[in-house]
Design a protein around this ligand. Sequence first.
Ligand code: PEP
Length: 261
Amino acid sequence: MARIPLMAGNWKMNLDHLEATALAQRLYWALRDANFDYSKVEVALIPPFTDLRSVQTVTDADNMAIVYGAQDVSVHAAGAYTGEISAHMLAKLGCSFVVVGHSERRQYHGETDQEVGEKAKAALGAGITPIICVGEALAIRKAGEHVAYTLAQIDGVYAELGPTLAPATTVAYEPVWAIGTGEVATPADAQEVCGAIRGRLAALFGRETAEGIRILYGGSVKASNVASIMAEADVDGALVGGASLDPAEFSKICRFAELIA
Ligand code: PEP
């Protein structure tokens, strides 16, 4: 089954709404100047909540084929949850994606696999694709337990979803030691875990479902390393942090196919 690659730029807590508008436009122009074919690669922006309305306005106004999403979502539908943002609110703003279980949320906000699964379920209930983040810290990799650890996260999250919802999800394998550090996993490292994740999804939900789920790699992806990572069989795109704040660099990442020569 052909999976269209997804390049998603996670802006984290960067850029106010004016800067967000400018970056979306500059990326759009860079891709337009390169005659970018959006039918071959899906491009998503993942800005902070406060930028979403501006990103919606600029992408609508210029009829951009760039889609967007949020960095987190509440498990709750509505009510007395001060500071939370519901999936319905994100859907109303035109979000296609929401990142759930990013390692920074797991680390700083204590999010568990169960909560990440509940967030993914809330997103799916509003018609939004969750990008479910998993991945191991350095000590776990050094102990050689990175595959087992990551698959346990997959088990925990997907226990909340089940076979009906699983096909509509996306996974991002992000080894924590490679996020924002400049340390990038080798293509073989990325394939080892992404392949194991697909194998586990096949065991849980069947081969056909597993073949349809996109599995992204994330961790210091740049134009200089994206092509070799994307050449791996089970890597279907990238979740890009720092490099997505530079429109020229991110446009090159989206055009990774040109770098495979
Ligand atoms: C991320 O934030 O998900 C990420 C992968 O960051 P970076 O590309 O900066 O390592």
